[in-house]
Unconditional design. Structure first.
Length: 385
């Protein structure tokens, strides 16, 4: 047994990221196949406690305290540092250790491990806070919502588990606008969630593929927020020729910083696209926020502005038809419950583009996660990019 485990550990050390992910998935499948039925049921039913436990750890800054120490910290010191009751804290620490968020060195002695340091990071804290306050309350309402609505596929952005969870009116974005603290938490989470899913060097190379004069519009970042995407592309290729235009709603543009080489423009994606004949129109993580009917309108507005040498780039998940990993399927359910939208397969993207007078010509995976890709499309009747 020990020899086999040592072999797996040695193997993991020499694998690249893709094969390490494959090994994790294979080991997860092995665990599920080996665990007794009673253990499996308890693992599933106890799963939400991990987020609740982590939230307590974040609020008490337990992960920060342990991560800042080169050795273990005794329970009595942690109690003094956090002002928490020592008996209560001991119970919490033992739970966190049992699910490997921290390491238990001995009786009442705890230390940081890899997971502790991850949860102590800004990204880790953002995930825990966003899921505890924004996402899990909505997902808890999904079962009764589907039962009440006869298990119809939710596509109405004004009638979703989101509304049952928070008693709000309007869509998700109206809810966030009405609650500034939750809005800030949401956008902070989005920054961390999507920061490493796009291969910016690949995108810059695609933009370079078309000869563009200095005064021509090369890149329109539609619904681009405060300009993060434009900035990242220009960091990778500061000498690229052509104009960069950042578009989003007026209230977003007001908060967007000035980025050298980037023009800001107020724009609502449900209105006609005012920039005609740009080389590239780019949407990153925009269309997965909307059902097909809304995406059809958004894409039509873009298609009308495109010319024969224009290309549409959608930076989105492109799912396989089967065998999708658990993170992507979970994200799909979250999109359902919060915005009445979905993640899509290649076939679904092709059908959606065709409905708006566009043609899918290529899918270029970023290679940073299994499914994030650049979907390349042109107007129907135009040649390949």
């Amino acid at each position: 047994m020990d020899e086999a485990l040592d072999h797996v550990k040695d193997l993991a050390k020499c694998l690249d990221q893709d094969n390490r992910g494959r090994l994790v998935n294979e080991l997860r499948d092995l665990i599920v196949s080996l665990e007794p039925e009673e253990d499996a049921v308890q693992r599933i039913t106890f799963a939400p406690l991990e987020v609740y436990g982590a939230r307590i750890g974040v609020k008490l800054r337990l992960f920060h305290l342990l991560a800042s120490s080169d050795s273990g910290i005794h329970l009595d010191r942690l109690a003094k540092e956090t002002s928490a009751d020592e008996i209560l804290l001991g119970r919490i620490m033992r739970y966190l250790a049992s699910v490997r968020m921290i390491t238990e060195l001995g009786p009442d002695l705890f230390a940081a491990n890899k997971m502790t340091r991850t949860l102590a990071s800004p990204k880790g804290e953002s995930y825990i806070n966003a899921y505890y306050e924004l996402i899990l309350p909505v997902m808890a309402k999904l079962p009764p919502f589907l039962e009440r609505t006869g298990y119809d596929n939710p596509t109405d952005s004004l009638n979703l588990p989101l509304h049952d969870a928070f008693g709000c009116k309007g869509d998700l974005f109206a809810f966030l606008k009405a609650h500034p603290e939750k809005c800030a938490m949401f956008h902070n989470h989005m920054h961390f969630q999507r920061n490493q899913t796009t291969n910016w060097a690949k995108l810059a190379t695609v933009l370079r593929s078309k000869g563009t004069a200095t005064d021509e519009v090369l890149f329109v970042d539609v619904g681009g927020g405060t300009g993060h995407q434009c900035q990242r592309v220009l960091q990778y290729d500061p000498d690229i020729l052509g104009r960069f235009i950042l578009q989003d709603l007026p209230q977003v543009m007001e908060s967007a910083p000035t980025i050298p080489g980037v023009e800001k423009m107020d724009y609502n994606i449900f209105e006609e696209q005012p920039v005609i004949g740009a080389k590239f129109y780019y949407f990153r993580g925009v269309l997965h926020d909307f059902p097909d009917s809304s995406c059809h309108s958004i894409l039509q507005n873009t298609a009308k502005a495109m010319r024969s040498d224009s290309t549409l780039l959608l930076d989105e998940m492109v799912l396989p038809n089967s065998g999708i990993n658990w993170m992507a399927t979970a994200m799909d359910l979250q999109m359902m419950a919060n915005v009445g939208a979905q993640e899509r397969t290649r076939g679904a993207w092709a059908k959606l583009l065709e409905s708006a007078g566009l043609r899918l010509v290529d899918v270029q995976y970023h290679g940073l996660d299994p499914y994030q890709a650049l979907i390349v499309a042109v107007k129907q009747g135009e040649g390949r990019v």
